[in-house]
Design a protein around this ligand. Structure first.
Ligand SMILES: [Zn+2]
Length: 537
């Protein structure tokens, strides 16, 4: 079957369209790192940005590159009424060190007249001239037909004329854009079927936005109708509701026989296994918490809660999973919760590599402790690392690395020296922690940005012989929730950590006191890291 498969191309626009996301601001370093991630993943085209439009993008295109991907510059076709040799914007684009140029042009007659204030014929001439100018520079050329679907509904002849002008002038790809994101899958499929009667499907791409949450479905609708390039972004980044999410599209193309048997993409099975990591790495770079419920790559994508399902999954995973989690670098997860039974605990122990007999009485005791703790606010289904430590402690395999014999956190408010400057009083936080490691005692003091941060910095400042094992440990997220159970409120703290290998884990603390709850979660995170690193007791 493999020999006869048709090539389908993936085009990533995270760095250009994705950079329009509210709250996202890529630095040059971010852009270079994300380009490498996309290249490693096997994406055919990476759109870097808009050279000439801002200094970071101009510099990005000046950087030396060693990439397999086709690095693409984005920009506008020549302005109406100018020649290609007399348009500074176009000149910057043509000069950029790019393998390909993706032009954007209007294809909705209404926009040509109102927004561009030019004639329909001049817009077609601008498309033809720009495509030819880029070809003359030796670039591969793509043309994004802006508002193509809305334009087609308003004036199909003109929308098609724009697409044909680009194709006939030599563009490798004519990309049909649902710029406002309002098109529906059956409309996309019907319109693309018409377009491929005039332009071969092997030269047609789809660029969908997610305003009706159907950007992924619209991309597949276009492919079914004959399009052979999909444009999208990592994690569906993009303005408003985002672009088509390549992280969902790629595994569907690779793992669903309907597509996998017919199409070949640049992402190998090995590269597919990096997908979950790539998705989380981007979130990390953007300082966002990954979406737990993201298809394929989310932490909950292969999580099962009920006890009866858990025992079935242990016998035959395929019974409750649409694909194998490890194909996309994700993990099966059986949630340990108060409604779960013994089989959940056993499966979770097996997943984390703790061998224990099914009838071992310690399993029953562990389940009892989990239930007791969940009743007072612990949530082990989220805090996988704290669960692992609890289990390992009950089975007697966590060394006593160190003891915290004392800690003190102080928050002080002081008036600022320069009064009347409108800066308000200064708040200083300091923490002191006394740690016993073997026969040595360390007294660590630190200032912090708030009590939890001060405590964290002091705790990790000097752990003696264990310090080298926690050097790469980083806290990436801190979440606090007040739970009102019974008469008194308790605080639940969840801390997410990461290490130098890219591994992520979550720990938990529960207490009526937020500092104590945070301390428990911090301690678990450090001890978990020491266990993982194989630190000698
Ligand atoms: Zn777009």
């Amino acid at each position: 079957m493999a020999a006869g498969r048709e090539r389908l191309y993936l085009f990533d626009t995270t760095l250009r369209d994705g950079a329009q996301t509210n709250g996202v601001d890529f630095t040059l370093t971010d852009k270079l790192a994300i380009t490498r991630m996309l290249d490693d993943l096997g994406i055919d085209y990476v759109e870097g940005g808009y050279p000439g439009a801002n200094p970071a993008d101009t510099q990005l295109f000046a950087e030396p590159r060693m990439l397999r991907t086709t690095f693409t510059a984005f920009g506008m076709t020549r302005r109406p009424g100018r020649s290609t040799s007399n348009d500074p914007g176009l000149a910057a684009l043509l000069e950029a060190k790019a393998d390909a140029i993706c032009f954007v042009a209007k294809s909705w007659d209404y926009h040509v007249r109102v927004a561009l204030e030019t004639t329909l014929e001049e817009n077609l001439a601008s498309i033809r001239d720009s495509v030819k100018a880029a070809l003359a520079k030796g670039r591969e050329v793509l043309l994004d037909c802006e508002h193509f679907f809305d334009g087609y509904k308003a004036n199909p002849q003109y929308a098609l004329a724009c697409a044909k002008a680009a194709y006939e002038a030599g563009a490798r790809w004519v990309v049909l854009c649902d710029t406002n994101g309002g098109a529906l899958p059956h409309e996309v499929e019907a319109i693309v079927r018409e377009v491929v009667k005039h332009i071969p499907g092997g030269n047609v791409g789809i660029h969908a936005h997610n305003d009706t949450e159907q950007a992924v479905a619209n991309s597949f609708a276009a492919v079914r109708a004959g399009a052979r390039q999909i444009q999208g972004t990592l994690n569906g980044l993009g303005e408003r509701c985002g672009n088509a999410n390549l992280v969902s599209i790629i595994p569907t193309l690779k793992l669903k026989p309907e597509y996998a048997e017919v199409f070949e993409i640049g992402v190998s099975d090995e590269q597919l296994k990096k997908l979950s990591h790539t998705s989380h790495e981007l979130d990390e770079r953007l300082n966002r918490s990954p979406n737990r419920h993201a298809p394929y790559v989310g932490e909950s994508a292969f999580a099962t809660k009920a006890g009866i399902h858990a025992s079935a999954i242990m016998k035959e995973p395929a019974t409750y999973e649409h694909v194998a989690p490890d194909a996309v670098g994700n993990k099966r997860k059986l949630l340990v919760s108060d409604q779960a039974g013994r089989s959940n605990v056993l499966a979770e122990l097996e997943r984390i590599g703790i061998a224990v007999d099914r009838n071992d009485p310690r399993v029953g005791r562990l389940l009892d402790v989990v239930k007791e703790r969940e009743a007072i606010g612990y949530a082990y289904e989220t805090a996988d690392a704290s669960f692992e430590l609890l289990a390992r402690r009950m089975l007697g395999t966590v060394p006593k690395f160190f003891d915290v014999t004392y800690f003190d956190v102080k928050v002080e408010q002081r008036a600022q020296n320069g009064h009347g400057q409108g800066t308000g009083p200064e708040v200083l936080t300091t923490a002191v922690v006394k740690v016993k490691v073997g026969n040595e005692t360390f007294i660590n003091a630190a200032e912090g940005n708030g009590p939890v941060n001060a405590l964290d910095v002091a705790l990790r400042k000097d752990l003696g012989k264990f310090q080298k094992f926690i050097a790469g440990l980083k806290l990436t997220d801190y979440r606090v929730r007040i739970l009102n159970s019974g008469t008194e409120a308790v605080t639940r703290v969840l801390i997410e950590s990461e290490d130098e290998t890219g591994e992520h884990w979550t720990t938990i603390g529960v207490s009526p006191n937020i500092i104590d709850a945070s301390f428990q979660a911090l301690m678990d995170s450090i001890v978990y890291k020491l266990v993982r690193s194989g630190a000698p007791a």
